[in-house]
Design a protein around this ligand. Structure first.
Ligand SMILES: *[C@@H]1O[C@H](CO)[C@@H](O)[C@H](O)[C@H]1NC(C)=O
Ligand SMILES: *[C@@H]1O[C@H](CO)[C@@H](O)[C@H](O)[C@H]1NC(C)=O
Ligand SMILES: *[C@@H]1O[C@H](CO)[C@@H](O)[C@H](O)[C@H]1NC(C)=O
Ligand SMILES: *[C@@H]1O[C@H](CO)[C@@H](O)[C@H](O)[C@H]1NC(C)=O
Length: 755
């Protein structure tokens, strides 16, 4: 047992790769350069071999380097590449004055240097002794600077008093570095890329990067700082203008480095700056307009929950931003993206988006990829996505869509790749149609990849143009299943021949494209649902059946019927209502009673709105904008289709059950519609059954007592109701009251909901 643990402990540090499994937009160090691999071994081209010395894992660096440089087998080419990776060094050895056979010191020829995987943890005890010749004055200076921090740092003395004439890239990853002193890089005026990832940096001196006048890319990613007690903490950056002096800086990687309060340093990023990752940096708030002075193209703020709550980090980037990754940040307001006309990729997975407005969408003229996986987006009212001329990839996987309608299919007709899996949709013939059309398209089309704007500039670093977005989405396309067999019969193809839809499905799987079938009361695959043609046919059958039964009745029981008609005529008002109630109760008893509300139930929506088709405009123009945009209330709507009739019933019930509150929008028209009356019964029934009290009545007009059905009368006596004022000046009060009653409901359920 002990042996096992020991072996484990000894092996772990050697193989540990602090690379996080979650990938950020800016990728990893090995993605942005070609000369070194992830463990510090040189990977130069064969024709550069005699210009490189790779001493990785060597434990006798100083002597070996000397031997190597003076070797008679070496050609007289300059040494451009040097690796001292994983050599168990505790300080940087002062070897840069060593000369090659031509008498040129390394400091004058080395362009690419890696010290990956050494151990520069700060130690107060003297470490390995090198034969160092130091300028004593400088040494004293450094120690003075450190005195106030109570630590001594000597790991860098081996290079900090040396001037490197042509050093372009310096790799100090995974060196257990804890302190970055002032002025340690001052002898590297031509450095373009500095990799300081995967260290344990606690403290960065205010003058740490002074002298790096040509630095373009700085990698401070995946840093883990520990406090005295061994707990994780954030790095301390001494000065707010840390980056201000680096006027050439264009790319900064802070992925998975806990930033704490140091985010103010971001305000110092200059006009040239264009690529930033704050992915997983535990940033809560960023100074107002911190990035607005930059030319930001690629930005990843994923994993910083609430980062957009206090200030809008996106402000001022409208004309430059091309790719935004903002996963798991609590993103809610799509209007933050208004007029981002250059934006091509928008990845917003695991957020709270439930509303996308036409105004914002129409302004996203370059958008090609929109990934909204795991949000709260519901069935939308088209056109939304068809107004984006360049949209090629749309994922609405795992959202709150509850119905696929013909209009929705038309709205995504010209998007190349779509995903709608994992939504709680009700089976209707359009869900079948959606799959059939995609399968038909797979039969007839070729798969093409997504191209994003290309920026290539031969003279600059690869790091400033690199991002993972294109390959991420294209690999999804390459891995997608071709479902042409679902619709490869002539009959199927012929059936859809006039449909000019072009979308393909990204993530088809028979188990992920399922819908709820209301009659059968179970989930089934989209492909097992009836086609619209068959659906129509069976509806007609039912209608014919109805009329024939009536005929039989008429023929066999004429006298009874006459009598009944007479009674009905006399008590016509009372009877009409009686029949509606009877029929409604009968239907209600058919609905399953299994999903009764339990304690701790999670609601997908804040409110279900029941309205009559005649009041649809009021709902779209007034109610929806107010609730969704201004109050951030998520609304479950269900766009009713009278042709499908009762097939929608289960949808309504599930919509009601998944909403915290039920709102009835009542008008005279509502009361005239049997269907709406039925919905009112249903609401009351459901509330009683689930022992909830949350019903809000909105009266669009005064309903005289004589017109109120018993149910409504009862509800108006027991529930609060709000009347919509015709005078617009009084409408503010109406919204206030409505909001208040919704908020009260919300508060009551706060502990039991997700949001
Ligand atoms: C040490 O460096 C300082 C300035 O950096 C210089 O003025 C001084 O002459 C140097 N001393 C020696 C002994 O090289
Ligand atoms: C799809 O594209 C075709 C041809 O470009 C166009 O005629 C059609 O109107 C588009 N459909 C939608 C719904 O935008
Ligand atoms: C799907 O497979 C069929 C038959 O193998 C092929 O003709 C078609 O081009 C493929 N579809 C796509 C979009 O690649
Ligand atoms: C970049 O390099 C390629 C070939 O190496 C060359 O054809 C092209 O003209 C260069 N572009 C610029 C902007 O220098």
């Amino acid at each position: 047992m002990i042996l096992k643990i020991l072996v484990f402990c000894c092996i772990l540090p050697a193989i540990a790769l602090p690379k996080d499994p979650t990938v950020c937009l800016t990728g990893y160090m090995t993605d942005v350069q070609k000369w070194v691999d992830e463990f510090g071994t040189l990977t130069v081209e064969p024709n550069e071999l005699d210009r490189s010395i790779d001493l990785s894992t060597n434990t006798n660096v100083v002597t070996m380097l000397q031997k190597n440089l003076q070797s008679p087998y070496r050609s007289n080419a300059d040494i451009r590449y040097l690796s001292l990776a994983r050599c168990n060094l505790e300080r940087v050895p002062p070897v840069f004055d060593q000369r090659d056979t031509n008498g040129r010191p390394l400091r004058q020829t080395v362009e690419y240097l890696t010290l990956y995987g050494n151990n520069f943890k700060d130690i107060s005890a003297p470490g390995v002794q090198y034969d160092i010749m130091l300028n004593a004055t400088d040494v004293v200076e450094t120690h003075l600077e450190y005195a106030k921090f109570g630590e001594k740092s000597i790991w860098s003395t081996g290079f900090q008093y040396t001037t490197f004439a042509v050093l372009r890239e310096f790799d100090l990853r995974a060196c257990s570095i804890e302190f970055i002193n002032g002025l340690i890089f001052k002898g590297m005026p031509n450095l373009e890329a500095l990799y300081l990832g995967e260290n344990n940096i606690k403290y960065i001196h205010g003058k740490a990067f002074v002298g790096l006048n040509n630095l373009i890319h700085l990698d401070l990613s995946r840093n883990k700082a520990y406090d005295k007690n061994g707990g994780l903490t954030s790095v301390t950056m001494e000065s707010a203008d840390l980056f201000e002096r680096m006027s050439k800086l264009r790319s900064l990687d802070l992925s998975f480095t806990e930033m704490g309060r140091n985010v103010r340093v971001l305000s110092g990023l200059g006009k040239e700056f264009q690529r930033l990752s704050l992915c997983g940096s535990k940033v809560r708030s960023v100074p107002e307009k911190a990035l607005s002075g930059t030319s930001m193209k690629y930005l990843d703020i994923s994993g910083n929950y609430g980062i957009l709550e206090n200030s809008n980090i996106l402000a001022g980037l409208e004309d430059t931003l091309e790719i935004l990754y903002a996963n798991e940040v609590g993103f809610e307001h799509f209007h933050y993206l208004y007029k981002f006309s250059k934006l091509e990729v928008l990845k917003l997975t695991n957020n709270e988006v439930m509303l996308i407005t036409k105004r914002v969408v129409a302004s996203l003229t370059s958008l090609k990829v929109l990934d909204l996986e795991r949000n709260r987006f519901g069935s939308w009212i088209p056109p939304i996505f068809s107004t984006m001329p360049n949209l090629r990839f749309l994922s609405l996987k795992d959202n709150n869509l509850n119905l696929i309608s013909a209009e929705i299919i038309d709205d995504i007709a010209n998007i190349s790749y779509v995903s709608l899996s994992g939504n709680n949709v009700v089976c209707n013939c359009h869900s079948r149609e959606f799959i059939d059309l995609a399968a038909r398209n797979d039969n007839e089309q070729k798969q093409t990849l997504i191209d994003l704007s290309i920026h290539t500039d031969n003279n600059t670093l690869k790091a400033i143009d690199y991002h993972i977005a294109e390959s991420e989405f294209n690999s999804m396309i390459e891995l997608r299943a071709n479902i042409s067999t679902i619709c490869d019969t002539e009959k199927c193809k012929k059936y859809y021949v006039d449909r000019d839809h072009r979308f393909l499905i990204i993530d088809y799987d028979i188990h992920s494209y399922v819908c709820f079938h209301e009659y059968k009361n179970r989930f089934m695959s989209f492909i097992n649902v009836k086609t619209c043609k068959d659906w129509q046919r069976s509806l007609e059958k039912v209608r014919n059946l109805d009329t024939s039964t009536n005929l039989v009745l008429l023929l066999t029981l004429p006298t009874t019927l006459l009598l009944l008609l007479l009674i009905i005529f006399i008590y016509r008002r009372k009877f009409g209502y009686f029949f509606v109630t009877m029929r409604n109760s009968a239907t209600l008893s058919l609905i399953s009673r299994t999903d009764i509300n339990e304690e701790g139930k999670i609601y997908n929506y804040d409110v279900f709105v029941s309205y009559c088709n005649g009041d649809r405009n009021w709902m779209l123009d007034h109610l929806l904008p107010h609730l969704e945009t201004e109050c951030s209330v998520s609304v479950c709507l269900h766009e009713r289709d009278f042709q499908v009739g009762l097939s929608i019933l289960e949808n309504i019930v599930s919509c009601m059950d998944r909403s915290r509150t039920i709102m009835l929008v009542i008008s005279k028209q509502f009361l005239r519609s049997q269907w709406c009356q039925f919905e009112m019964h249903l609401a009351q029934h459901r509330l009683l059954e689930t022992r909830r009290e949350d019903l809000i009545l909105v009266l669009l007009e005064e309903i005289p007592r004589s017109l109120r059905p018993t149910t409504l009368h009862y509800l108006m006596l027991t529930k609060t109701y709000i009347v919509w004022p015709k005078v617009s000046s009084e409408q503010t009060v109406f919204w206030k009251r409505l909001k208040k009653s919704l908020v009260v409901q919300q508060r009551k359920y706060k502990n039991t909901t997700l949001a």
